[in-house]
Design a protein around this ligand. Structure first.
Ligand SMILES: [Zn+2]
Length: 220
């Protein structure tokens, strides 16, 4: 912890992201227990043909509310709690050892200035700080066009919506590297797959996905 960080934690002591009580781990043990009882906590790794996907939660209940708060209610501080879920989980840490670089799913500059932060950047950076092997790189994968909100679209429309929305800057940095792509929620996978394709086409060796939650609702 540097001087500024210790000053900040003195003025704003770390709190549990769920109940708000002071807690140095950003999530208290009783909220952890409650989350586990909701049966949304299910750290899982799925292997598709070309890509592996690791997520911690089913997108439902308390965690769904917290993700929505984090994205839309000016609650950047919650990134600490979310990154704890990853770096404290052995299964996730073993999975992350297969990769060299962590890249967040990007937003356009316009969207970032509206929200004030990119929720994926904050968590991806914190995961890299807390794992020894991952380098955090931002502004490598960039979003080059504004897209419609995915949540109102069906699966086919989602794929079309994000088509060619991303590009790679500074190709050399990812050549022959194993990349982990971080997103908050996995729904149809349209965004993740488009980003992964863009990264692979630029010469990366492999791409894996890491998300907080997977949404199991059926989208046509
Ligand atoms: Zn709590």
């Amino acid at each position: 912890m540097n001087f500024l960080e210790s000053m900040l934690s003195f003025i704003f002591p770390p709190t549990c992201g769920i109940c708000g009580k002071e807690n140095k781990n950003y999530i208290c043990s009783s909220c952890t227990e409650k989350l586990k009882k909701e049966k949304t906590y299910m750290p899982y790794i799925e292997n598709y043909t070309e890509i592996s996907h690791c997520y911690i939660f089913k997108y439902d209940g308390t965690i769904r509310k917290k993700i929505l708060q984090y994205k839309f209610k000016d609650s950047a501080y919650l990134y600490k709690m979310f990154s704890e879920f990853f770096v404290k989980n052995e299964k996730v840490c073993r999975f992350l050892k297969n990769y060299d670089i962590i890249i967040p799913v990007p937003m356009t500059k316009k969207k970032i200035s509206k929200r004030g932060y990119n929720q994926c950047e904050l968590i991806a950076r914190e995961i890299a700080i807390n794992t020894k092997n991952l380098e955090y790189l931002k502004n490598i994968l960039v979003k080059q066009k504004e897209t419609n909100t995915q949540s109102t679209l069906n699966k086919k429309e989602r794929l079309n919506n994000v088509k060619n929305a991303y590009k790679i800057q500074n190709v050399q940095k990812i050549k022959e590297k194993n990349i982990i792509l971080f997103d908050d929620i996995y729904t149809t996978g349209a965004t993740c797959i488009e980003c992964a394709k863009t990264i692979i086409n630029a010469g990366a060796k492999s791409v894996g996905l890491l998300t907080i939650a997977k949404d199991f609702q059926k989208i046509k």
